[in-house]
Design a protein around this ligand. Structure first.
Ligand code: HEC
Length: 399
């Protein structure tokens, strides 16, 4: 099932890269410079609580025997209580932030409550599974927007964990979770350049690394060195080599153009259309760098107070496209949320029918396996509601 989902998604991604046209009517966008997003002390305060709770629970969770051990019970229960309280606070606080933040906060809150419940039921293995996967919420939020302040408290965190129990990818992700971005970038580079034995080049790892460079650090120069080294290695297959060279060109061009200096809708739209132009054939991934850069720009735009009304709706639509292409996770998926948000905010916009079509396709491919397509009732109902919203608007426009 998972393999089918992955395969159909890849095909969808390739078609998307080539085929999607952009809305015909282009409105002037609100300017929102990339540096207009200061740190938010309230977010930081809640994060300290979340970090305290998680950094007490996580270390023992990598050892199945220690996690369920009675001697840790009082400490773990107390920290889980704190985690749920802080997750509730985060959800309330999210009302003052953008919709994507709100969605991630709700996802995190659901996971935190589920984790606490499973632990209380003594379903320790299932609880550990939820705990490890819920860190994807932290990783997703932390690898979307620029880092504004360095959080020094995180440095002690990994020393408490027996890292011998972790794969190199898990280690790199924990560094992102705890916002040790310098260390995370080094860890990813080690992985990608094969310094970690037995870990060949992986596309997923590459995208995670690029998100840190692009979204978090606004740095289009650093990854160029990594691409060059991968391309120059004698053992790199020809198709990977060629891919690296083309991505390198995109990075250089976007870097030179200062692509990340403007966090506007017009800029996001422009980068996506340039990405489409560098594609030659359906399985061609050449536009990936452009889509990643557009994702960083549009994420900053929607997080700014300037993003309102139809412009914000269009930005969510374009984010839905970029996220459909990059989405690797089976635990947290933002693409459907972005597309739904775009439709709800502007069901009569020129892009709404396309946003609906892509959303429907995403759900159908997501719920298709070897035994056919099985859309859950709530998804069917949601699609029907959104379809009716879009249809009603287009009827209105015709009369
Ligand atoms: C809904 C999104 C979201 C989720 C979920 C989330 N974070 Fe954060 N976190 C943020 C943002 C945004 C910042 C940056 C705050 C700022 O500088 O304004 C942040 C900052 C932090 C900081 C640094 C605080 C500081 O003083 O600079 C820590 C530590 C942290 N998060 C830990 C975690 C951990 C651990 C998890 C998961 C268990 C997590 N966060 C989940 C969005 C999130």
């Amino acid at each position: 099932m998972l393999t089918d989902r992955t395969r159909t998604r890849s095909l969808l991604k390739a078609l998307l890269l080539l085929g999607l046209s952009l809305p015909a009517t282009l409105r002037a966008a609100d300017p929102a410079p990339a540096d207009s997003l200061p740190s938010n002390p309230q977010t930081q305060g809640i994060m300290h609580g979340i970090f305290d709770a998680i950094s007490a629970i996580l270390p023992s969770s990598f050892d199945p025997a220690a996690f369920g051990d009675q001697k840790n019970h009082a400490m773990v229960s107390e920290r889980l209580k704190l985690l749920v309280e802080k997750a509730d606070e985060l959800e309330k606080h999210a009302k003052s932030r953008d919709q994507a933040f709100g969605y991630m906060a709700r996802s995190f809150g659901r996971d935190a409550k589920n984790l606490k419940r499973l632990y209380e039921l003594k379903q320790f293995d299932h609880a550990r599974f939820v705990l490890h996967n819920m860190t994807e919420n932290c990783i997703h939020c932390h690898s979307t927007l620029p880092e504004k302040t360095h959080f020094p408290g995180a440095e002690r965190f990994l020393t408490k964990i027996d890292t011998g129990l972790l794969s190199p990818e898990e280690k790199a992700r924990l560094l992102v979770m705890s916002r040790q971005f310098d260390e995370a970038l080094n860890a990813y580079e080690g992985l990608l350049l094969g310094e970690t034995k037995g870990h060949p080049f992986s596309y997923e790892t590459f995208v995670e690394y690029l998100r840190l460079c692009i979204n978090v650090r606004s740095n289009l120069t650093r990854p160029q060195g990594v691409l060059k080294q991968i391309a120059a290695r004698p053992q790199t297959p020809v198709h990977v080599k060629q891919q690296m060279e083309r991505w390198l060109l995109s990075l250089k061009e976007l870097d030179k153009a200062g692509a990340l200096t403007q966090a506007t809708l017009a800029q996001g739209r422009e980068i996506i259309s340039r990405g489409k132009k560098v594609m030659e054939f359906p399985r061609d991934q050449d536009g990936m760098i452009h889509y990643l850069v557009a994702n960083a720009i549009l994420s900053r735009y929607v997080a700014s107070p300037k993003a309102t009304g139809a412009n914000a709706a269009e930005a969510y639509y374009l984010l839905g496209i970029t996220e459909t292409l990059m989405d690797q996770s089976f635990w947290v998926s933002l693409s459907e949320f972005y597309l739904e948000t775009a439709i709800r905010m502007a069901p009569g916009a020129p892009f709404a029918p396309k946003a609906y079509a892509l959303l429907e396709e995403n759900y159908i491919t997501g719920y298709s396996g070897s035994s056919g397509t099985h859309l859950p009732e709530d998804v069917e109902a949601l699609l029907k509601e959104l379809r009716q919203l879009v249809e009603a608007e287009s009827k209105k426009a015709k009369t």
